[in-house]
Ligand binder design. Structure first.
Ligand SMILES: Nc1ncnc2c1ncn2[C@@H]1O[C@H](COP(=O)(O)OP(=O)(O)OP(=O)(O)O)[C@@H](O)[C@H]1O
Ligand SMILES: [Mg+2]
Length: 406
């Protein structure tokens, strides 16, 4: 076991030898100094658990030594016990006022010294334990606050999702009526009639509106999801090939795809949509200066430890085996106050007409529907990385072809 270190500072040889013998016999590691200056050096190097400090010494006296110790954050918590030859209460009071925890009067009685040293050592240990508990508690509180803010975000997204879903559903029905009637009218209106052109315009607008509604339904998880065990690599490759032509030459692409990855439950067209949204954001973030778009897939294991993410909209993956798909850019990065809101539908920092703010809300809806997780790391000015964690399909489920998770 580690010995507790005790520093004795005294210029009287007789005193020193009694104290040294007593404390060493009691099992302590004892260091000795005969003046304040060298004691301050020893404290810096050896960090004793307790200091027995004489008051009357040549050079800086005990009071001044104590004052210097108290002034430094490294030594202010080390208990100082004054040893005073004077039965003068003024000295005792002054010593305690300077931050000493106790005092012993000379001539020294070994029993008293041992009792006081042991008492203050236990107090110091208790204090250290308390500080550690306090630190843990603070960390727990911070984690709790973070989880609560994540929970609030989930509720908010759910409420928005429910409302959007309701509206989208109603509009879909109404659009169905408009489209149906337009089709009937088109059958009755001959091609030479100018009204035919207007009907065609209505029809085209209806399809556009249906497209928007389909997106809204993705966002509020109202689409029929039929995930099956899939390999994500061909989907990543496919989406990359499709997008390559649209990526400006100032952006270089790095693909880190393994030969094989575990299978996950997924809906290919929805995952394609996720990737398109992430690529678009990454490319837009590098619009001004160019940079590197890096897409990686790897198998990974998430332990029981929960990560405290700065982004309250992130979804912490469950513990277990996952396939991680990450999309990172070396673009402008995301400031913390924006990070808080990026998954909110219609939240955008882009100029009017340049972004709807639905991209990540759709990603969020799809990821949640896949039982997957999202983590983000981003540094303003350096870039961002979106990591998606898909739970892997277990061998048994894969063989039986059952999609038990959905
Ligand atoms: N990779 C990224 N780097 C920097 N900022 C990002 C990144 N991804 C998202 N953002 C920020 O998050 C906001 C929301 O993104 P989201 O994809 O939801 O909407 P949008 O890109 O603004 O519009 P839309 O995708 O609908 O065209 C963006 O406006 C942008 O501020
Ligand atoms: Mg976007």
């Amino acid at each position: 076991m580690d010995q507790d270190v005790i520093l004795i500072v005294d210029d009287t040889p007789a005193n020193l030898s009694v104290l040294f013998d007593t404390l060493e016999t009691a099992g302590f590691r004892v260091l000795v100094n005969t003046n304040g200056e060298s004691a301050l050096e020893t404290v810096k190097e050896a960090r004793p658990e307790i200091i027995l400090l004489d008051i009357m010494m040549p050079g800086i006296d005990g009071f001044e030594t104590c004052r210097i110790l108290q002034a430094s954050p490294e030594s202010k918590d080390i208990p100082v016990i004054f040893m005073t030859a004077l039965t003068d209460t003024v000295d005792e009071v002054r010593g305690l006022a300077l931050g000493a925890v106790d005092y012993i009067t000379k001539p020294i009685r070994v029993e008293t010294v041992l009792a006081r040293v042991n008492l203050h050592l236990s107090l110091r240990k208790l204090q250290k334990e308390l500080e550690e508990k306090n630190r843990q508690l603070k960390a727990e509180i911070a984690e709790n606050e973070h989880l609560q803010s994540q929970l609030r975000q989930v509720h908010k997204m759910k409420a928005i999702g429910t409302m959007t879903g309701g509206i989208a559903h109603e509009f879909n029905n109404i659009l169905g009526i408009i489209l149906g009637n337009t089709d009937i009218a088109m059958d009755d209106v001959p091609e030479w009639n100018p009204a035919r052109f207007n009907l065609e315009e209505i029809r085209t607008a209806c399809f556009r509106a249906k497209n928007v509604i389909r997106q809204l339904m993705y966002l509020c998880q109202k689409t029929e999801l039929m995930p099956k065990p899939i390999n994500i690599i061909p989907i990543v490759k496919g989406s990359m090939e499709l997008l390559q032509a649209a990526i400006p030459s100032s952006v270089s692409i790095r693909l880190n795809l393994p030969e094989a990855a575990d299978r996950i439950y997924g809906n290919p067209s929805q995952l394609h949509q996720v990737m398109v949204n992430l690529y678009n954001n990454a490319v837009q973030a590098m619009e001004e200066k160019g940079g590197v778009l890096e897409v990686s897939v790897e198998n990974c294991y998430i332990g029981e430890d929960r990560r405290v993410d700065k982004c309250s909209g992130c979804i912490e993956p469950d513990a277990g085996e996952h396939v991680c798909l990450s999309v990172s850019d070396s673009g402008q990065g995301i400031a913390p106050d924006i990070l808080e809101r990026i998954f909110e539908p219609y939240f955008t920092t882009r100029r009017i007409g340049e972004g709807s703010g639905l991209g990540l809300a759709i990603v969020y809806g799809i990821i949640r529907n896949h039982g997957a997780g999202i983590r983000i790391s981003s540094e303003p000015g350096k870039g961002s990385c979106f990591r998606l964690y898909f739970p892997v399909v277990h061998k048994k489920e894969d063989d039986s072809g059952e999609n038990t998770k959905f």
